[in-house]
Design a protein around this ligand. Sequence first.
Ligand code: MSP
Length: 517
Amino acid sequence: MSQQKFYITTSIGYANAAPHMGHAYEEFIADVMARYKRNCGFDVFFLTGTDEHGVKICRTAESKDMPYQAFVDENAEAFRKFYDTMSSSYDYFIRTSDKETHWPGATALWKKLSVSGDIYKAKYTGLYCVGCEAFVTEKDLVNGLCPNHNTAPEKIEEENYFFRLSRYADIVKKKIESDEIRIFPETRKNEILALFNDGIQDVSFSRPEGSIPWGIPVPDDTAQVMYVWCDALSNYISALGYGREDAEKFTKFWPADVHVIGKDILRFHALLWPAMLLCAGLPLPKEILVHGFITSEGKKMSKSIGNVVNPKEYVENYGSEALRAFFARDISPFEDSDFTEAKFLESYNAHLANGLGNLVSRTIKMANQYFDGKVAVNENNEVLLKRRVETVSGTTEAPGVTLKYFINEEILPSYHSHMERYDLNRATDIIWSLIKRLDGYITDYEPYRLVKTDKAKTEAILANLLYGIEVISDILSPFMPETAEKIHDLLGITSSPDGSPVVFNVKTVDSPLFPRK
Ligand code: MSP
């Protein structure tokens, strides 16, 4: 059977500043899912990148007196570097100012829409919110201000190209209702469905080059540049080679299995993007995962309030694995969640320094102290160790009674079902419940006492503990890849191909995995 593909994307962050906590979290979710699917044997393509055009970027670069390209180069580099330091395993980093990769795709898509007759020229008189990079109506405003940015939109009167979005509203609505485009969580699906009740208008799809001198030119009309969302959304296919000669990846990976986005950009992804694809005769994305917002001290992060939490500082001070663990356990993939240093530290000490770190180091220490690091599965122990990947994909049968003590039949299937539904909090709960069971196993069997009277049984107990830790490192690997690798390495497993007894050649731990903070 050929390997199944999995195409996952993040939204592309505006390259008008360094990445913030929201970008870090979105990258994390997509990275976890990409790693999980790779563990399950899928051929994964994970796309991330930066959105480099639009009014906001144009103005910020001007205010800093910087050439547009130099300005976005600097910020795009900050994004890419940061994603690297947080161990993102993206396969490609797309930049919308890249004329070689992105522009041909965006241009080809525009041409396709144009040929279908759904791009037309008309006069636009209305409002534009620069913060949202979106045309807005009075209805969207609260006391005349955009509720997302607390700023008054700009009045615009110009001749632009329009996209006939209204023609596709009914079809898109049906596709969302029937889950042909599946939106997670259900509350976001309902939210977008409610939007259709207001009636869907056509959208302005370009701006005059005179007012925005930074963007992709409209094909056959260089007096206009593409509207930034038209340009940006096409990154999902341009990155795969759409519009270029080498479109092998496009054929293989499109449609997206999931777009990971934040709640404020749902309508662009669940309405505009599917409409563009339908118009172009292209397949639709299968799922959209809509995460909530990270707040700080209960409020939206803002420089003026002074409550901005900078992800880079957390990686520098505590390490990327600690940040990823906090995201995994304490930030909801579906709702808004609060990020404070106090919460972060409390969780770090309870779950990493104590929970995981403590279990691993005390088990490894016992193995070294009592058995010189060499622990074999013996006749008291019915554990057979299957290969790593098999364990992760859930194909391992619960092999022995002793093992069932902490790894019962429900654990792996429920881990997988949480992962399939993006419920990262529940999936990590399973990992930490396993840690708790292993701690309980030590308390119940007291290997530190037993070793004085029954060495063989003590060895079996340690083998079970080490095996349990190996399972933990497997299912932890999408969340904390470096820690998982470190633990796996510490265990020094040798398993023979015929499934005969396994030996752990445990290394010594020189310093704690997670020192208390
Ligand atoms: N450039 C567009 C996306 C184009 S995709 C074709 C954009 N960029 S953004 O930089 O403003 O936002 C990038 C992502 O970060 C979005 O998914 C957005 O929802 C998310 N977040 C922005 N602030 C956030 C938080 N405070 N918390 C969590 N995510 C947040 O929109």
